[in-house]
Design a protein around this ligand. Structure first.
Ligand code: OAD
Length: 236
């Protein structure tokens, strides 16, 4: 297993049992808000104060959240697996890092960072954002925005992710509904290459469920630790 590479795609379902809501489940965020208002550059341009308030509230929930057994299991996998483990997450929380994962790519950005829309300078930011804030680098007022990827924007790290998908031997998809591209297309890409094993671990079958070799259904805090134990003991 020394030369083997694992890529793990995660979504909101992995953080659900840490008290962070998902998007498309019953009571999910997109049942309460129109994503065009709060998760697009056009929505931000129309009403920046409303968008700041939406993310300020989410940021406070996230600051207090703690990792669950699924995050810890993935951290353990990275430290105990003799090969390479990469987590590609759509989540903007920091729970993978708190659970011990070091090799993490946040393709949809990070909530505890803020970015200047003018000069692209990124800072760590745990407080509220508002329109009066100035960029510490270029001094522009009102340009600081959440360092997250909105619909219509390019996800981060796509070159690194493509490279990892091209080389992986095992692709896991955990807690994501498979509705949002490009992440939703990763499994098809890995399957097309034909040499990697693919497994989804989710509460229910995702949109792309038929494309995976195996599907393990159940809450992440239960299925992920037992899958990781089995993987470390027996491989795949
Ligand atoms: P979704 O809300 O679309 O899907 C969450 C998935 O997690 C669903 O398939 C659930 O069945 C599953 N799930 C819920 N609770 C679970 C649990 N306890 N254990 C295991 N699985 C569970 O969230 P994402 O797929 O992450 O992007 O959404 C993808 C993107 O859409 C997000 O990154 C966000 C959103 O709009 C942007 O905002 C750009």
């Amino acid at each position: 297993m020394k030369d083997k590479r694992i890529v793990i795609l995660t979504g909101a379902g992995v953080s659900a049992e840490s008290g962070l809501g998902t998007f498309r489940d019953k009571d999910g965020l997109w049942t309460k808000y129109d994503l065009n208002d709060v998760a697009t550059p056009e929505g931000f341009a129309r009403n920046p104060e409303f968008v700041h308030n939406f993310y300020n509230q989410r940021r406070q929930n996230l600051v207090d959240a703690t990792p669950n057994a699924a995050h810890h299991a993935l951290g353990r996998l990275e430290s105990e697996f003799p090969g390479d483990v990469l987590v590609v997450t759509q989540n903007i929380d920091r729970l993978h890092e708190m659970g011990g994962s070091k090799n993490v790519l946040h393709m949809h950005g990070e909530m505890l960072k803020s970015r200047c829309d003018f000069c692209q300078h990124v800072i760590h930011w745990e407080g509220d954002l508002n329109l009066a804030m100035r960029c510490e680098q270029c001094g522009t007022a009102g340009a600081m925005r959440p360092h997250v990827v909105w619909f219509g924007e390019m996800p981060f790290y796509m070159d690194d992710i493509q490279h990892a998908l091209d080389l992986c031997d095992l692709f896991l998809s955990i807690g994501t509904s498979g509705n949002v591209y490009p992440a939703a297309g990763f499994v098809a890409q890995v399957r097309h290459r034909g040499t990697a094993h693919t497994v989804e671990l989710n509460l229910e079958p995702s949109e792309g469920s038929a494309l995976f070799h195996d599907s393990v259904l159940g809450p992440a805090t239960e299925v992920v630790p037992s899958y990781v134990d089995d993987l470390l003991a027996n491989g795949w």
